[in-house]
Design a protein around this ligand. Structure first.
Ligand code: X8Z
Ligand code: ZN
Length: 613
């Protein structure tokens, strides 16, 4: 229930299959079959039963969840909570039973399925039915609080999340930015006690399943030991940090020039309301404020979309066209009739973009409050990446209807969006002339403001959550610890004083939505590895930031080969299919941005900037 993909394949389950065979302990003739064999049969029966049961349940759950987030009322919240209760209790029962077969020798496929049944829960409840019901109701309420959130200005205008985000992207007035920033965070205050209780209950659930806490369970979903996974993240971040530091230094210097010392100081962390995004997570919208005058790429996708009469549907059609150009089949008719593309005016909905697979086969949809701008054009590609992945693995058994790891799911649409280059925009008739190489720095800077700026944010959210889950961060330190990590990783700070009466993590969708976030950090590394490998397959020999795989069927076929595998193999094997390597590696990121790194360092040196915070 907690995937942004909203397909509860992570619902582990169980049927109480009696372990009757283990009662055969008589020493009389005939000799009993080897114990492993008997256990293996029981285990496989159990797995098959669980898989069938979960598959059925997932469809019912998807429908309830779809309706709730398309029409937030007390009634749909109650139905969603009731469904959540059923799904969780079933999943927890299956996960518990799966643990009993942990030492049975199984073939690779069944061993993988069994492990998935054990470790795929995102919000496990304690076995006690009352606690399970309480957890389901809290989860549902938190989602609703976020979805219904609005901030009303003194003049009576009440803005929803996407509207406030637009304002953060467009306004250059620090007072307006500050009010929107602060206003949106009011919606999160009532979430704090609910979140605290949610953590308590889910930790108990994780412990009942044999994990130390929920942090260990979340980090157990990557085909390696949890500690090894944490170390992988540190390794990847260490690769990227020097580039991030250069970007941070450059942007802080430019903002200082624009806003002056009082609003945007030359040193220390950057105030979080000035970066063009509600959470300071992607900074591409302030490109115009910080771009070098002599390397302006000379076009702006938001303007091109407007000039060419793109409405929400046409934006989605165009994105679909990229995938079909690679050889993927068109989206089904039901996608167009059942998706939500535009924010309805008559009811509360969850606007945060998501992609759905309602029937685990063909009923794929997106749900978005599309804004007609460059940012959402990219998000549409992101969402369709989920849908095309879902369709590619639809012939896998239910437990493997998922990505190789969750970072893969988040990376596919972004990989395609890296191919939205000037050459591509010209091909589809949006841009008249492709700017020459002298404009590359501008293009790379725009891309870095989104992608490199995102990396520490993508990392810090779960660094915070994992410490909350394992008790290092106590409830009375939630907000302070949040801002400590924001500063440590991102070098940003709250623009006004915050206290423990605030609950700023709750103002970010994935916290009340209980969606793990490390997946986006991984995706930001993986997408550059995929892009480079697919460009090689497409035979593009130019700079990788100018490469577009649009129309290349060979690259499409290779991508599809990986997508079709779903979660059937450990992720390093899936990674090898496209990239030839079984390691995540941020070198592809650094290679892509290499010219920008040189340029940023020159700029920072010339302006005599003191980098770091
Ligand atoms: O949540 C999303 C997608 C849905 S899976 C729109 N993203 C993260 C975010 O918005 O915070 C994509 C990038 C990071
Ligand atoms: Zn996504």
């Amino acid at each position: 229930m907690n995937l942004p993909l909203k397909r509860p394949s992570q619902i582990a389950l169980i049927v109480s299959i009696a372990l009757g065979l283990s009662a055969c302990n008589d020493t009389q003739e005939p000799a009993p079959a080897p114990v492993e064999k008997i256990d293996a049969t029981a285990a496989i029966n159990f797995i098959n039963q669980a898989e069938a049961d979960l598959a059925d349940l997932s469809i019912e759950a998807n429908r309830a969840e779809w309706i709730y987030s398309n029409f937030i009322t007390d009634d749909t919240a109650a139905l969603s909570a009731a469904m959540g209760e059923k799904v969780t209790s079933t999943s927890v029962r299956y996960a518990t039973e799966a643990a009993k077969y942990a030492n049975v020798e199984l073939d690779a496929v069944n061993a993988r399925k069994l492990n998935s049944l054990r470790s795929s829960l995102v919000l496990p409840a304690p076995l006690d039915p009352a606690k399970n019901a309480e957890l389901a109701s809290i989860a549902s309420e938190l989602n609703g609080l976020y979805g219904k959130g609005k901030y009303c200005f003194a003049d009576g205008r009440c803005l929803t999340q996407p509207e406030l985000s637009n304002l953060m992207a467009e306004s250059k007035d620090p007072a307006v930015l500050l009010e929107a920033w602060q206003g949106w965070r009011e919606i999160a205050k009532p979430m704090r006690p609910l979140f605290e209780r949610e953590v308590e209950l889910a930790n108990q659930g994780a412990q009942d399943l044999g994990y130390a806490d929920l942090s260990e369970l979340w980090r157990s979903q990557y085909d390696m030991e949890p500690e090894a996974f944490s170390a992988e993240l540190d390794r990847l971040w260490a690769q990227i940090k020097p580039l991030y530091d250069s970007l941070h230094c450059y942007v802080r210097g430019e903002l200082n020039q624009q806003y002056g010392d009082d609003v945007a100081p030359k040193t220390g962390p950057i105030p979080a309301h000035l970066l063009g995004n509600m959470w300071a997570q992607q900074w591409g919208t302030i490109y115009n404020n910080v771009a070098p005058k002599d390397a302006d790429p000379g076009y702006n996708v938001t303007e091109l979309l407007a000039k060419n009469g793109y409405d929400e549907i046409k934006m989605v059609k165009q994105a679909e066209g990229f995938f079909t150009s690679l050889g993927f089949g068109e989206l089904p008719e039901s996608f167009w009739t059942r998706s939500m593309f535009v924010q309805p005016q008559d009811r509360d909905v969850v606007c945060h973009a998501s992609a759905w697979d309602l029937d685990n086969l063909d009923d794929i949809r997106i749900k978005m409050c599309i804004q007609k701008n460059a940012e959402d054009f990219t998000v549409i590609h992101h969402e369709l990446g989920h849908n095309f992945y879902q369709r590619a693995y639809k012939n896998q058994p239910f437990i493997f209807k998922n990505s190789a790891n969750d970072g893969f799911h988040e990376a596919i649409g972004d990989t395609i969006a890296l191919s939205i280059t000037p050459k591509y925009l010209q091909k589809i008739g949006l841009l008249e002339t492709v700017p020459d190489a002298s404009k590359d720095i501008g293009l790379l800077l725009k891309q870095a403001l989104d992608k490199i700026a995102f990396m520490p944010f993508g990392l810090m959210i779960d660094q915070w959550r994992w410490q909350v889950f394992n008790g290092t961060i106590k409830p009375d330190q939630y907000n302070q610890a949040w801002w400590d990590l924001r500063e440590k990783y991102q070098g940003v700070k709250a623009p006004i004083e915050r206290t423990e009466a605030d609950f700023d993590p709750g103002a970010k969708y994935h916290v009340p939505g209980n969606v793990p976030y490390t997946r986006y950090f991984l995706a930001h590394v993986l997408q550059f590895q995929f892009h480079k490998a697919l460009c090689d397959i497409a035979g593009d020999t130019g700079p990788v930031h100018r490469c577009s795989i649009y129309g290349n069927k060979e690259a499409g076929a290779k991508l599809n080969e990986m997508l079709e595998m779903g979660a059937s193999k450990p992720w390093p094997e899936a990674l090898s299919v496209v990239t030839g390597s079984d390691k995540m590696d941020a070198k592809a990121v650094l290679d892509y941005f290499a010219p920008l790194q040189v340029w940023l360092d020159e700029q920072n040196t010339q302006a005599n900037r003191q980098c770091g915070w």
